[in-house]
Write a protein that binds this ligand. Structure first.
Ligand code: HEC
Ligand SMILES: [Cu+2]
Length: 379
């Protein structure tokens, strides 16, 4: 905004930054205008109606047009600010489809970031330019705040709850990352940097960064280790619902209402399964509270998310081997697919066969996701 030698305002390095600033300067302009107007009028009236010229005040009985004028004009200005602000707010809270997902965990006193490909970073976040990035945040202890001034992106990191923010970096560079909640004695040291890179450089960085398997494959291991697969086998007789294509669908619950299966829903399903019971299922899932840390929960979320495509894992850039698709059939047979070589997928035909084993509607346990409407219920 201002020249480099007078950096009163942070750089504008994201797509929304200009719009946020425009609103900010509009409000600033309105404020300056009225402050000046009032100050100047005080001065003029103070001189014009001073005591020695007007010893006896002249009584004014009021004027309807004037009253309407000075009510309507501020109302109009306030509504402009409100509408403009609301539109921006909605934009800033709705990551565009196809955003790149990264996860940020705040803890005293650092930021840990995880990329879908399994790359992990501390107090540094590498992102590509020209692509929306959605950051899903959570805190491991107290309230923290994720703030990148150059992107005009700010969101609290709250213990026990996912929050998200997004930005689309518009120019390469290294930008400040601050924690904006006073989170303890070393709060001032909880700083980091966001490095926006050209897409090519970013991909190169992804390949070179340390990773031990993508979040989804790590999640698959957690899924097997915690015994989730015994109930979520993905077939008709399974005790738990099929998780294929669950992510970002509307899940029908026992009471008939529907919820969006996002990261927060999956997290809640694991930690507090009885909070929302899927329609047609029993409340038998045990809680995994205290048995999984935030990282493992994120991995589970990414795993369930990756099942979007009939059990096929995401193609995420990682410097480990390309991910083989999850072989659910082997998991059902009790084979530990997390052991090297055990998750080999048979030739493609059997995979399409596997797709067909996605449970059909059961007479008394209707599919929970999808287009079906609850009779007599509207949402
Ligand atoms: C004892 C069997 C059992 C185990 C073990 C189990 N679940 Fe479940 N799960 C269920 C049942 C039954 C439901 C549906 C009822 C409900 O919503 O609580 C469910 C629901 C879910 C849902 C919501 C599904 C939907 O369609 O909306 C998710 C996500 C989930 N489980 C994940 C997991 C994960 C991850 C694990 C392992 C950490 C796990 N489950 C372990 C039985 C189980
Ligand atoms: Cu903090």
């Amino acid at each position: 905004m201002l020249p480099k030698y007078f950096p009163l305002f942070p750089e504008q390095a994201s797509k929304l930054a200009f719009h946020v600033d425009a609103l900010y300067f509009f409000i600033l302009g309105v404020t300056i205008f009225f402050t000046t107007l009032v100050a100047v009028l005080i001065l003029i009236f103070g001189i014009k109606y001073r005591h020695d010229k007007h010893p006896v005040p002249h009584q004014i009985e009021g004027s309807v047009p004037l009253e309407i004028f000075w009510s309507a004009v501020p109302l109009g200005i306030a509504m402009v600010i409100f509408t403009w602000g609301a539109v921006l707010f909605i934009q800033q809270n709705r990551p565009p489809r196809g955003s790149l997902d990264v996860y940020g965990i705040g803890k005293q006193w650092m930021w840990k970031f995880q990329h879908p490909g399994g790359q992990r970073e501390i107090n540094q976040l590498h992102v590509p330019v020209g692509r929306p990035v959605r950051v899903t945040l959570i805190s491991q202890d107290v309230l923290h705040g994720f703030y990148v001034p150059a992107f005009r992106a700010q969101m609290e990191a709250i213990p026990g709850r996912y929050t998200t923010t997004w930005f689309e970096p518009s120019k390469p560079g290294t930008y400040h990352l601050f924690c904006t909640e006073y989170c303890g004695t070393k709060h001032n040291g909880m700083v980091g940097e966001v490095i926006a890179m050209e897409p090519g450089d970013y991909e190169e960085w992804l390949r070179g960064a340390c990773a031990f398997g993508s979040l989804a494959t790590e999640g698959q291991k957690v899924f097997a280790r915690m015994g989730c697969v015994t109930c979520h086998r993905g077939d008709n007789d399974a005790r738990g619902p099929n998780l294929f294509r669950l992510y970002s669908t509307q899940v029908r619950l026992q009471g008939g209402q529907r919820v969006l299966a996002d990261a927060a829903y999956i997290r809640e399903s694991v930690l507090n399964p009885s909070a929302k019971i899927v329609y047609g299922y029993q409340n038998i899932m045990p809680t995994f509270q205290g048995q999984l840390n935030e990282e493992e929960l994120i991995e589970l979320v990414e795993y369930v998310k990756s099942l979007d495509n009939a059990g096929q894992l995401h193609q995420t850039i990682t410097n480990t081997q390309p991910e083989p698709p999850v072989n659910l059939r082997k998991m059902q047979q009790g084979i530990d697919v997390t052991k090297p070589g055990n998750n080999m997928i048979p030739a493609p035909p059997s995979h399409s066969e596997q797709m067909e084993t996605v449970p059909k509607l059961q007479p008394n346990a209707p599919q929970t996701k999808g287009q079906q409407k609850a009779p007599g219920k509207s949402q």
